[in-house]
Design a protein around this ligand. Structure first.
Ligand code: ATP
Length: 470
């Protein structure tokens, strides 16, 4: 042992050491081979020559190793003196796990290399290989997420959740918009996912590798909007920065500019925006030079632009310029059939990394259907988050848990309806039955078997009742 690590062997394996180790490695491995300084084969054992399909080990002796094992890296080891401790080498469509070591003479000169086939198939390495693959996939996903973040987008089309006909139509139009480089106008109430869609369209478009820049027109004071959009040259006005500041148009150059709440844009800026879109160039504040820009505009608003045109607060020419492809996004109350899938997606998102388990029962979903959701999906997310925080039932939200956190204001005004005249009992019962069936179908997203189970009736009875109702 002392000799193994003594001065003599500091440079690496010597020939006598290799010879001493050989029997052990040879027995443990699926093949062994040695080459000289000129990378000619000086020794090969029976098992390796069999693995290579040689009838007799003697056939290989004296031949350049590359001519016998095309993918070998033994020449590299001889040349660099660096061992390759673990490598996967292909031979005849077979994957071999190999290790390669240089060896030295007493003067410390490389005189050759040895290689051992540790495994002649990857089976024993399966756990390692699958772990490697998983890590590789995680890395790819993280890289993708980082790239999206760098570009300014977080969402893709799959993030717009919904399977109702209305939601599918939104996604169909968004895909159309992604494939064509035209202005898009997203119309929808607050929280319906306008920004989600804008980012998703950009991420699926030919501009995906370029920036996505959003500006919320309503959030910027009127007197700063022009600088925000078109940038400022140094000293453009008293108090202006001495350095030039780029506007959103320049920042989005080559990519997408998302104009949120475009209906809140003051008229003078509307005229400038129209010119920028028509000419494809902008004039930074304080400059007398125009700068060419290439942006795709996606505008969004929760306001009724047509009514604004009628009362003179929105320019019709700008409206037509922005509204080449219109995507109306329905409010949540008009697509209650999506509540179930939305809850699943949002609960998963809320619970990620929190250690919480978030599920909702069918009755919980039905309870959500009783509310009219003025804040749409954003409000739904908040309600679910609140319900989960307050839930004592291991994270399964039922109707009680939902009603505890559902705002009363805006609930469907059951109690405020004018009192109805008293009607025959049969009629009242029939209405109650129809209502219960409707709720069950809503809660089970139209699954009649599960709806029947919820109602405590057989499937055939449910079909009978449905037939009578239709
Ligand atoms: N269809 C949807 N699927 C999944 N999440 C959604 C959907 N719509 C909205 N959300 C979620 O609701 C929140 C609000 O969405 P977003 O900001 O896109 O709405 P918005 O219409 O742009 O609202 P505002 O007009 O108030 O800016 C986000 O957390 C988003 O993830």
């Amino acid at each position: 042992m002392t000799q193994l690590f003594g001065e003599r062997h500091r440079r690496g394996l010597t020939r006598d050491l290799v010879e001493a180790l050989f029997p052990m490695f040879e027995e443990a491995s699926a093949g062994a081979i040695a080459v000289d300084r000129d990378t000619r084969i000086t020794w090969i054992n029976q098992s390796y020559s069999q693995l290579l399909g040689l009838r007799d080990p003697g056939e290989a002796l004296g031949r350049p190793v590359k001519s016998v094992i095309p993918h070998t890296r033994m020449p590299e080891v001889v040349q660099t003196g660096k061992p390759l401790l673990l490598d996967i080498m292909e031979y005849n469509r077979q994957q071999l796990v190999v290790t390669r070591l240089p060896f030295y003479d007493d003067e410390g000169h490389i005189v050759g290399a040895v290689a051992f086939v540790l495994y002649d198939d990857l089976q024993p390495l399966t756990p390692l290989v699958s772990k490697f693959r998983r890590l590789h996939q995680d890395l790819a996903a993280a890289r993708k997420a980082l790239a999206r973040k760098a570009r300014g987008t977080r969402y893709s089309l799959g993030d717009f959740v919904g399977a109702s006909p209305a939601a599918l139509e939104v996604k169909r139009r968004a895909r159309l918009a992604a494939g064509r480089d035209m202005p898009v106008l997203l119309l929808g109430e607050t929280g319906t996912g306008k920004e989600v869609l804008a980012q998703a369209i950009h991420a699926a478009s030919g501009r995906a590798d370029k920036p996505f820049v959003g500006v919320n027109v309503a959030a910027v004071p009127d007197n700063l909007l022009e600088a925000e959009f078109f940038g400022v040259v140094p000293g453009a006005y008293t108090g202006a920065d001495r350095r030039a500041r780029e506007g959103k148009f320049q920042l989005a150059n080559g990519g997408t500019l998302f104009l949120d709440e475009v209906g809140d844009m003051p008229l003078p800026l509307q005229a400038k925006l129209l010119r920028a879109l028509q000419e494809g160039e902008i004039e930074p504040l304080g400059s007398n030079k125009v700068v060419p820009v290439d942006v795709r505009v996606i505008a969004a608003t929760s306001r009724n632009l047509e009514a604004m045109i009628a009362d003179g607060s929105f320019r019709s020419d700008l409206y037509y310029r922005l509204n080449v492809l219109e995507i109306p996004i329905p409010p949540l109350r008009d697509r209650l059939a999506d509540l179930g899938v939305l809850c699943e997606a949002l609960l998963e998102e809320i619970c990620v990394g929190s250690g919480l388990r978030g599920e909702i029962s069918d009755t919980g979903v039905a309870a959500l259907g009783s509310y009219d959701w003025p804040g749409n999906v954003r409000e739904l997310r908040n309600v679910l988050e609140r319900a989960l925080t307050m839930s004592e039932d291991g994270g399964v939200l039922d109707a009680d848990a939902i009603f505890k956190v559902l705002p009363r204001q805006g609930s469907r005004p059951v109690a405020t309806q004018p009192p109805r005249p008293v009607r025959p009992l049969a009629q009242t019962l029939a209405e109650a039955e129809a209502h219960a069936i409707e709720e069950a179908l809503l809660a089970t997203r139209g699954n009649r078997t599960r709806a029947a189970r919820l109602l405590g009736i057989s499937r055939s009875v449910l079909y009978e009742k449905l037939a009578r109702l239709s």
